[in-house]
Design a protein around this ligand. Structure first.
Ligand code: NAD
Ligand code: IPM
Ligand code: MN
Length: 365
């Protein structure tokens, strides 16, 4: 029997609630494919900080090292609660960025997808949505401002100062560019390169390297768009995009805007791929405002499972069935509270209600 080890990092806030639904689906997939997924739960995030004194404990590192893939829930606390943890130990700086660095997960895939039949979830008008929303953001995940040199202190004038640098070398740009071109080749052969070369020297180098890599992909058309304009086009004409590539910080911001035009961040799964290891997580955070109420949308977490099935375990058909099952639950008129206003003509369901219906739907296929 094929066997895979999966590290399970529940995380904080809504993390455990949506992870429970992801595991429900994963177990069903294991059963019907005669595969053994060995699930290895491990503490991670603020919860781990309070229980183990570190948000990325050594035992969790060992489990992740051993795993074939890592499934991660969102981490983080509310603005106020965060202050209970020293700045460098907070789960973003103390766990998530170290996880990305440890496995060099430079390629972050954030699909932004809404079929036409679910267009009512989007705040955009039907005439803007057209046939639905379907593009993918490829975000560089281990460079730029997030990982550049940082310095804080008191300057010569006695003023507090901070200095953080946006760093890339050509190899880092080249490898994410290749991932983006390969993805574009498999889709519509159009790549939108998002940059800010009118101001940032980092974008000048970025664009230079994109141009060099483009020579190996003559069948892919490259379109260059400044990041500020891209933010507008995402609202006014998202249909023009198919594959978008960008540096770390731009990708953080525009991918949340992607969630916005779908109608909820709860529809945003993601894959973070490194040379030897990949981990999968929703693009959104721990949603402290709704944690513990069983109203979070687990689509992002189950979608991350689908991405793991496809990208780590070569189970593309099964992944497609998981996507289809989730979308057909919504198409039957069900909705989680994030996607519909009170009074809307929908059948409102809870986090586990959605998971159960997806499992039932998947079992039919
Ligand atoms: P957030 O993404 O947690 O929430 C933003 C809004 O989206 C909230 O209204 C929330 O209720 C809603 N939302 C998010 N996911 C949802 C879901 N699955 N179903 C329904 N609604 C959902 O962003 P935030 O509030 O700015 O951040 C909260 C914490 O999460 C912070 O500590 C932040 O650092 C952290 N964070 C972690 C990750 C990660 O683990 N990769 C990503 C983003 C933010
Ligand atoms: C994301 C998150 C993270 C990021 C934070 C929590 C460090 O917002 O995955 O989008 O900025 O990359
Ligand atoms: Mn983000």
């Amino acid at each position: 029997m094929t066997s895979y080890k999966i590290a399970i990092l529940d995380g904080d806030g809504i993390g455990p609630e949506i992870m429970a639904e992801a595991i429900k689906i994963l177990s069903l997939v294991a059963e019907r494919n005669d595969i053994n997924f060995e699930l290895m739960p491990a503490p991670f995030g603020a919860t781990a900080y309070f229980s183990h004194g570190h948000s990325f404990p050594e035992e969790t590192k060992a489990i992740c090292d051993e795993a074939d893939a890592i499934l991660k829930g969102p981490i983080g606390l509310s603005h106020e609660e965060s202050k209970k943890i020293p700045v460098d130990m907070q789960p973003e700086r103390g766990a998530l960025l170290p996880l990305r660095r440890r496995y060099n997960t430079f390629a972050n895939f954030r699909p932004v997808f809404l079929p036409k039949g679910l267009a009512h979830f989007s705040p955009l008008k039907p005439e803007i949505i057209g046939e639905g929303i379907d593009f993918i953001i490829i975000r560089e995940l281990v460079g730029g401002l997030y990982f550049g040199k940082k310095e804080t202190g008191i300057n010569e004038d006695g003023k507090r100062f901070v200095n953080e640098t946006l760093e890339y070398d050509e190899d880092q740009i080249k490898r994410i560019a290749k991932v983006a071109f390969n993805t574009a080749q498999k889709r519509k052969k159009v790549l939108h390169n998002i940059h800010k070369s009118n101001v940032l020297k980092s974008s000048v180098l970025w664009n230079e390297v994109i141009g060099e890599v483009a020579e190996d992909y003559p069948d892919v058309e490259v379109k260059h768009i400044l990041v500020d304009a891209a933010a507008t086009y995402l609202c006014l004409n998202p249909g023009q995009f198919d594959v978008m590539v960008m540096e770390n910080m731009f990708g953080d911001i525009l991918s949340d805007q992607g969630g916005g035009i779908l109608g909820s961040l709860g529809l945003m799964p993601s894959a973070c791929i490194g040379p030897k290891k990949a981990y999968y997580e929703p693009s959104h955070g721990s949603a402290p405002d709704i944690a513990g109420q069983s109203i979070a949308n687990p689509y992002s977490m189950i979608g991350s499972v689908a991405m793991m099935l496809e990208m780590s375990f070569d189970m593309e058909d099964e992944a497609k069935k998981v996507w289809y099952a989730m979308q057909s639950v919504f198409a039957q008129g069900y909705s989680t509270p994030d996607l519909s206003k009170p009074g809307a003509d929908v059948n409102m369901i809870s986090t586990d209600g959605f998971g159960d219906l997806v499992a039932t739907e998947l079992a039919k296929q």
